[in-house]
Design a protein around this ligand. Structure first.
Ligand SMILES: Cc1cc2nc3c(=O)[nH]c(=O)nc-3n(C[C@H](O)[C@H](O)[C@H](O)COP(=O)(O)OP(=O)(O)OC[C@H]3O[C@@H](n4cnc5c(N)ncnc54)[C@H](O)[C@@H]3O)c2cc1C
Ligand code: FES
Ligand code: FES
Length: 1287
């Protein structure tokens, strides 16, 4: 390729990281990201990388850049996973390590986040810290609401966000702001780093060129040289924010890259009396600023831009907007017509035209084009034209423009549909239109954009005329129906009917906001429920007993400061070993076929590949699941049973090479069949696993139903196949040692890893050493699935005799690993006039995938009846065998779903009898002494007391009356409220958990190793509190060490919510043994002796200062099972035109016994509730019906809750003065049960929908399948465009 390189181009870029100068020539591949450089080269592992998509925020760092348009330094947060290394020239970056550390001093953000228990597993914490740091750098006096909004790019799966937001809001202007360091501390690259930066230079304007791997990277400094480079006819990728790679990962191949940052022409902002010109290298954040400034400085001509500035906030997230350019967005839209670009709709409304340079154009001049011309132009060849700028005309006050966006999640989510309009009226008061209006819809279908016919009809019409309105709705409906929306087969799109109604609903909203004197009832159509949200508030009430301290003391986790300062090391942060290799799986691309042949030659020849391993290479058993589980092949041998199934492993010198080569392995399949993906497919093909457990038969359900006053039947579809979405993916490293293998892995069950590797290698289990210090979230998903990585890496390590590391990023994790299984339920119920249940007959279908290994069906009978006593049951369980990955334990696995099913039945009964559902719930409550469906007796149950208290504290009846009043006054917005009770049984009778407590003779400090895995639930802290309490030593003297199967052999998984309690029990017992041993020495001690003196004495007399205790089933003297009673009351607001929901308030009353640590337990309960609400309304896995491929395997399409999805008012109270009589130090669990309470969100939404249906004359029960996503809510609300009117 001819280069256009000039002699005066520099060959080196320079930038700072935490004040240290970095200089880079051509040492690194051109696609290297800043995140990779920071972690792998600088070893600053506080910055995490997970999704590589700009969607999770754990990679956020702070950047300072010089803005040549303002001659000022700019402070911004960026996603280091997307930011190209070679674009770093001239920047100064700060990572979490640059703020502080726990040994010297913590930054106030790090400290406050830890102190509020805002970090649980801690994996997301550095990203949150840096997002906040950037916020304060930009604005030292933010309001609480501004702070909350700045986390639209950060996901936390553990905390439920409340504690994080509390920590961050403490910096608000009306709370306790801090002095963030002055910007003058910045080093200046121009003056050799000697002086403070004056902010007046425009450094790094020199052009830059580097060549590597036969590709060029240019950073030209003049438009002319850029055009010269472009004329070489090579295929270049322009590097702006590089955020498009987060959505469209496979781009290229390219001949080179051109960074446009240094081009003044592309950064320009010019305004005259007619136009505003904005260069193409303007980021969305900058565009927002420009719109705000210009609209306030020149309101006569540009007031319309102020509204648009606000709308830019809903594009992506803050870290993306900080670097993403508007031009890059338009180019994506041109390349991918189905991309729902918000930028396009916003700019169209502003009547933007763009200046485009096409080197192939004979004129060699840039051309002004409308956006539709640009999109349709065939002359502009991909990556061979340059957008230089856009031109926005002035608009006087006779113009009205606006923009609407509706997306599956409230923030950081692409639109389902966006709509923008531009109307020109005769004058500011008149509603009579002049000229043709503009009506743009994006997202309806690929080729539908302008509603031309409606535009035509509305030309010169009067918007206050009802007839005109009715006719235009009719025309628009017609246009939308012919738009091609019904031809869309992509399962990622919502139903066509929804889209049409939504589009018309948005059109209606826009019309209403333009005409005067709309009556209140109808006005309710206008407001946006997302914008109604203000800063959230919360309350946490729990007890602490000073006589038991440190037990019951609400204290931050012992490792919290290491987490928030980025010092905690997770598996991927551990030092790279010498001779390290990296593995990447070869994955099946079909779901149901025979493997005919596997051709590895091309992959094996890729430089850097060191080996490829298939089923035939496995030295032992091809099975990752030790008994009693069924066989699951490590590598598919003769057939594949799901898409994404591992077929082999490519091992290479780097992760990137391994990944690339894994795609080059050619697999031929034979007998490819359409996959069985849903329960209904399985029923049709009679594809089932053997029954895991017999039917539950209690009494005679059929007779009881038959003899009841009332009988109903129904069905429910629960398709919320929720992914665990731990922020740390699954990662494992297997290192051959002289006597076996050392494994560091993200597992919740070291024993299972040990056994599976021993099986697969055919070596004794004693040769396999597995160890874990902590993992970045698990939620059940790291219980058995890490076996796949451990065994695959072990096979490779066995042959290579080198350490092999496998790192599943988000996409791979979601492809290979199963989810929470979907359910389908049919039921018959008999009950009396009061709602008292007589009998229930159920058919439960669930689908654990190709194997039943992940199903919890055998345990469900203990749980599903929750707080309700029904005398007669017949429950039949069916496990559909599908071509999907093995379902995974996901926090309260299967159990959660069974509770939703029960609540749905009660709701159905209440709807049938036209009663308040809480009345029907209460009349069926268990009473003390009753027995559950599985025969477990309930000596302590107090659910009615809990519900009564909650009714009072939440002011249920008062608010219910207010809600009825609100609903009667608002036709299109409805509120709903619901109380959901819960009884959740837990048993200590699960498995082995041990602890080793050792006292050091030198100073009496204590070390502990216990069998639980720390994954954010605070087990290490609770264990340390118990040790300190039992031995009577200060907490600071206790340290909790790694879990490994030398010290902690044969132990069960960490899961089921009770591991913390059982490990606490083990350490308490071990401490008691130690105390007993020390007793004789105490007698010999002088008065006022200290603990360390006692230990020294005991040691000198040969005392054994270590004690081990093994907690195992049946070892407790006391009762082995206890129940948790709790209830939640939630109120929601829904928009019946769009289906969007705002959770206004949630009150939870939870029986936590005597909490060991209120801060931790509240955090667990809130986190569980918020994860549950994701399941209720947001999360779902979508598969290609032909290939079985998971279509939403990343953050662009899969949407866990974010900070602004949690209740606006979130109140958590633990029941007072109620220690658990059978609990460990009176405690009860908090890990899984709180999820059940998120049913209150679902049933509050139902109540709101019911109000909408009732207003439209439809009463009675209706089916609301899960997740209750926006499209389902809108469709169930039964609003029909035919009812739209202007007054
Ligand atoms: C997490 C996330 C969330 C997002 N959410 C939204 C959303 O809600 N709504 C929405 O509309 N978008 C959304 N986006 C898309 C985002 O707005 C675009 O990725 C971004 O605007 C592209 O700009 P960029 O500077 O990063 O382009 P790059 O990725 O750097 O480039 C994209 C393409 O444009 C070309 N290009 C760039 N500049 C020029 C130019 N001047 N002339 C010619 N070609 C050029 C490049 O060669 C490349 O082909 C999201 C993106 C992410 C990562
Ligand atoms: S890793 Fe960068 S945003 Fe997820
Ligand atoms: S603490 Fe946020 S993901 Fe674990």
């Amino acid at each position: 390729m001819s280069s256009g390189t000039k002699n005066n181009e520099k060959r080196e870029i320079s930038f700072y990281v935490n004040g240290k100068l970095q200089k880079i020539k051509d040492e690194y591949p051109l696609y290297t990201s800043l995140g990779s450089y920071i972690r792998n080269v600088l070893k600053l592992t506080g910055t995490k990388v997970y999704c590589h998509e700009g969607g999770c925020g754990c990679c956020v760092v702070h950047a300072t850049e010089f803005d040549s348009t303002t001659n000022q330094y700019k402070e911004l947060s960026v996603n280091s996973c997307l930011f190209p290394l070679y674009s770093c020239d001239g920047y100064s970056f700060t990572t979490v390590e640059g703020l502080g550390n726990k040994n010297t001093s913590l930054h106030p953000i790090q400290k406050r986040l830890a102190d509020t228990n805002g970090s649980q597993c801690g994996f997301c914490s550095p990203g949150f810290v840096m997002a906040m740091y950037s916020k304060l750098k930009q604005n030292t006096k933010p309001t609480k609401e501004e702070i909350e909004k700045s986390f639209d790019g950060n996901i936390c799966r553990c905390t439920g966000y409340r504690a994080i937001l509390d920590a961050m809001k403490s910096f608000a202007v009306d709370e306790d702001p801090i002095d963030i360091e002055d910007l003058k501390n910045l080093k200046c690259l121009n003056n050799g780093n000697k002086k403070e930066c004056s902010g007046a230079c425009s450094s790094h304007s020199e052009s830059f060129h580097v060549k590597r791997d036969n590709k060029d990277w240019y950073a030209p400094n003049s438009l002319e040289s850029l055009k010269q480079i472009m004329k070489t006819n090579a295929k270049f990728r322009f590097m702006c924010g590089n955020t498009s790679i987060g959505i469209y990962k496979r781009q290229g191949p390219f001949d080179g890259f051109i960074n446009l940052k240094n081009l003044r022409d592309l950064n320009k902002i010019e305004k005259d009396h007619k136009y505003l010109i904005i260069g193409s290298y303007t980021t969305l954040s900058k565009l927002q600023e420009i719109f705000r400034d210009i609209s306030s400085n020149d309101p006569e001509n540009f007031s319309h831009l102020s509204l648009m500035a606000n709308h830019i906030n809903r594009i992506g997230n803050i870290h993306v907007r900080n670097v993403a350019t508007w031009a890059g967005n338009l180019v994506i839209k041109k390349e991918h017509l189905d991309f729902p670009s918000d930028v396009l709709a916003i700019l169209e409304a502003c009547d933007a035209k763009i200046n485009v340079f096409n080197p192939l154009d004979e004129q060699q001049e840039s051309r002004l084009m409308s956006l539709s011309e640009f999109l349709g132009s065939k002359e502009l060849k991909t990556n061979q034209y340059l957008i230089e700028s856009m031109r926005l005309p002035t608009m006087n006050r006779n113009f009205k423009i606006n923009y609407f966006k509706v997306s599956p999640r409230s923030s950081n989510s692409h639109a389902y549909i966006n709509f923008a309009y531009r109307f020109q009226f005769e004058n500011a008061e008149s509603r009579k239109l002049v000229n043709k209006p503009l009506l743009i819809f994006s997202g309806v279908s690929e080729h539908f954009f302008n509603a031309f016919k409606t535009e035509e009809f509305l030309t010169n019409q009067d918007l206050s005329n009802e007839e005109v309105f009715k006719k235009s709705i009719e025309i628009l409906t017609n246009e939308l129906q012919l738009s091609g929306v019904f031809d869309i087969k992509d399962p990622l799109h919502p139903p066509a009917d929804y889209k049409i109604n939504l589009a018309i609903g948005l059109f209606y909203k826009s019309w209403l906001e333009l005409i005067p004197n709309v009556k209140q009832e109808i006005k309710s159509a206008i407001d946006n429920v997302i914008d109604l949200r203000t800063a959230s508030k919360s309350e946490q009430i729990f007890e602490t007993k000073s006589n038991l301290h440190p037990v019951t003391k609400p204290m931050p986790k012992i490792n919290a400061y290491s987490q928030t300062s980025g010092e905690t090391k997770y598996v991927d942060d551990l030092s790279i070993l010498s001779h390290q290799t990296h593995g990447a799986f070869i994955l099946s691309t079909v779901a149901r076929a025979k493997i005919e042949s596997i051709d590895i030659e091309a992959a094996l020849n890729v430089p850097g590949v060191v080996g490829i391993y298939l089923a035939k290479d496995i030295p032992g058993e091809n099975n990752v699941m030790p008994k009693p589980f069924g066989v699951e092949e490590l590598f598919a041998d003769k057939e594949v049973v799901y898409c994404g199934q591992p077929i082999g492993l490519v091992v290479a010198e780097s992760h990137e090479i391994a990944k690339k080569a894994s795609h080059m392995v050619k697999i031929s399949y034979a007998d490819i069949q359409k996959p069985i993906l849903t329960i209904h497919d399985a029923i049709r093909e009679n594809s089932f696993h053997p029954k895991p457990i017999g039917d539950l038969l209690k009494g005679d359900a059929a007779a009881a139903i038959e003899n009841s006053d009332h009988k109903i039947s129904g069905e429910l579809e629960i398709d919320s196949s929720q992914f665990n979405f731990y922020l740390e993916g699954i990662i494992g490293n297997v290192e051959p040692t002289e006597d076996g293998y050392k494994i560091e892995i993200t597992t919740q069950w070291i024993d299972s890893v040990q056994r599976s590797v021993s099986m697969v290698l055919g070596v004794p289990t004693g040769c396999i050493d597995v160890q874990v210090k902590q993992i970045g979230g698990g939620f059940g998903g790291k219980t058995t699935r890490p076996n796949i990585l451990a065994t695959a890496a072990a096979v490779a390590a066995h042959y290579l005799r080198r350490p092999v590391k496998i790192h599943l990023d988000l996409n791979d994790c979601m492809d290979i690993i199963g989810k929470r299984p979907p359910w389908y339920v049919k039921y018959n119920v008999g009950f009396d006039q009061s709602g008292k249940l007589n009998g229930i007959d159920y058919d439960w279908y669930s689908t654990p995938g190709f194997t039943p290994n992940g199903s919890l069906a055998f345990a469900l009978y203990n749980f599903f009846d929750s707080a309700y006593n029904c005398p007669n049951y017949n429950v039949r369980q069916h496990l559909a065998k599908t071509n999907k990955a093995a379902s995974t334990e996901v926090r309260s696995p299967d159990v959660f779903t069974s509770y939703t099913v029960t609540e749905n039945v009660i709701q159905h009964v209440a709807n049938y009898l036209n009663k308040d559902p809480i009345e029907v719930r209460e009349i069926n409550f268990f009473q003390k002494g009753d027995k559950t469906a599985s025969g477990h007796s309930l000596p302590y149950i107090e659910i009615d007391r809990i519900v009564n208290e909650l009714k009072e504290t939440s002011e249920y009846y008062k608010r219910k009356a207010e809600i009825e009043q609100f609903n009667s006054l608002n036709k299109f917005k409805k509120r709903g409220i619901s109380i959901i009770p819960m009884r959740y049984p837990l048993t200590y009778n699960l498995g082995y958990y041990n602890a080793l407590v050792s006292v050091k003779h030198h100073d009496g400090s204590v070390t502990v190793s216990h069998g639980g895995i720390e994954m954010g639930q605070g087990i290490h802290t609770k264990v340390a509190q118990c040790v300190a309490y039992e031995l009577g030593v200060p907490l600071e003297m206790v340290s909790v060490k790694i879990t490994n199967n030398l010290v902690n052999p044969n132990i069960l998984w960490t899961g089921g919510s009770v591991t913390s309690e059982l490990c606490c029990k083990s350490v308490l017992e071990a401490c008691k043994i130690l105390k007993e041993r020390l007793e004789p020495f105490r007698k010999e001690m002088p008065e006022n002796y200290t603990w360390s003196e006692l230990i020294a004495k005991a040691f000198s007399l040969n005392a054994d200062l270590s004690a081990m205790y093994l907690q195992r089933p049946g070892k407790f003297d006391e009762l082995m099972t206890y129940d948790i009673d709790a209830a939640a009351c939630t109120e929601v607001l829904i928009d019946t035109l769009t289906g969007e929901t705002q959770i206004l308030r949630t009150d939870i009353l939870y029986d936590c016994g005597q909490t060991t640590n209120g801060l931790i337990d509240v955090g667990q309960a809130e986190g569980g509730f918020v994860m549950g609400l994701g399941y209720m309304i947001l999360e779902k896995s979508i598969f290609d019906p032909d290939t079985g491929k998971l279509l939403n395997n990343g953050t662009w399409e899969y949407k866990p809750p974010m900070a602004r999805d949690i209740p606006m008012d979130f109140r958590m109270k633990f029941v007072e003065n109620k220690p658990n009589p059978v609990g460990v130090l009176g405690s009860k669990a908090t890990g899984e049960p709180p999820l059940i309470l998120s049913n209150s969100v679902l049933f509050a939404i139902r109540a709101a929908i019911e109000a909408s249906r009732k207003e439209r004359g439809v009463t009675g029960h209706f089916k609301l399948d899960l997740p209750a996503s926006i499209e389902k809510v809108q469709q169930a609300s039964l609003v029909n465009p035919s009812e739209f009117c202007l007054n």
